[in-house]
Design a protein around this ligand. Structure first.
Ligand code: 4EZ
Length: 231
């Protein structure tokens, strides 16, 4: 089986590449793609660069050019749900775009005609994540992730996203990856470890915890590969 693993920033995929040790690199459309094998899995790994547009390009490339049959995203996020502390994991049950706005025409936030506000994650992959969490005796929150082309470092924006979408965490790529995978009918899974609380201290917190939280997320994804390989 061919599995794509993507992050947005190099820090988000570095722990995976370190773990695998051996890989081939291929350049496509301004990004580097890493091909590796793990047990009986063929892996295609990349970081997209930050934001929805770059993430869409990378997810599309992984599926259409490299033939990925499932896609796993690993990275960090800002917490909305107060249960989420630095380093905690959240797996998206569904994702939405908080910055998509044609409300001037009477549509709800996050909606465009022929689209949908929330894209659901693959239930089988969520099930595998739950198994891993219980094996590791690790807390895994399942919830809504809101995505937009903004680093949110503002309590009032964060509260608006919470009130409007009921989101538990926010970041800048997940929903765009979800839209691509949904359209191309590829099961996807979005995992994030918390790096900050999207408040006025978010910038400092993000810089301090990017590396350690990114590793929390990547290590969990590696454990998911073990389940995917033996199935
Ligand atoms: C985007 N990623 C942050 C990229 C920041 C700085 C050079 C995750 C993220 C995030 N996104 C962590 N905390 C966030 C926040 N408060 N708002 C948006 O996916 C790049």
């Amino acid at each position: 089986m061919k599995i794509a693993i993507m992050g947005a920033m190099v820090e988000e995929i570095e722990p995976l590449l370190k773990f695998l040790g051996d890989y081939e690199t291929i350049k496509v459309a301004g990004n580097t793609y890493y091909k590796a094998t793990y047990k009986d899995l063929e892996l295609i790994i990349a970081y997209s660069k930050i934001g929805k547009v770059f993430a869409s390009l990378t997810a599309s490339t992984m599926i259409e050019k490299f033939g990925a049959e499932k896609l796993l995203f690993s990275g960090v996020a800002g917490a909305i749900n107060p249960k989420l502390k630095i380093g905690d994991l959240i797996a998206a049950t569904s994702l939405c775009q908080h910055d998509l706005d044609i409300t001037a025409f009477g549509h709800p936030f996050g909606y465009v005609p022929e689209g949908k506000v929330f894209i659901q994650s693959d239930k089988t992959l969520l099930g595998i994540a739950k198994e891993v969490a219980s094996d590791l005796d690790r807390e895994l929150l399942e919830g809504i992730i809101a995505t937009g082309d903004q680093f949110v470092a503002d309590e009032s924006r964060k509260n608006w996203i919470s009130d409007t979408f009921g989101a538990d965490a926010l970041e800048m790529e997940g929903a765009s990856v979800a839209v691509v995978c949904d359209a191309l009918e590829v099961p996807f899974f979005i995992l994030r470890a918390i790096s900050d609380s999207a408040d006025m201290d978010a910038g400092f917190s993000f810089e301090e915890f990017l590396e350690t939280s990114a590793k929390e997320s990547a290590d969990f994804v590696i454990c998911m590969l073990d389940k995917l390989a033996t199935k």
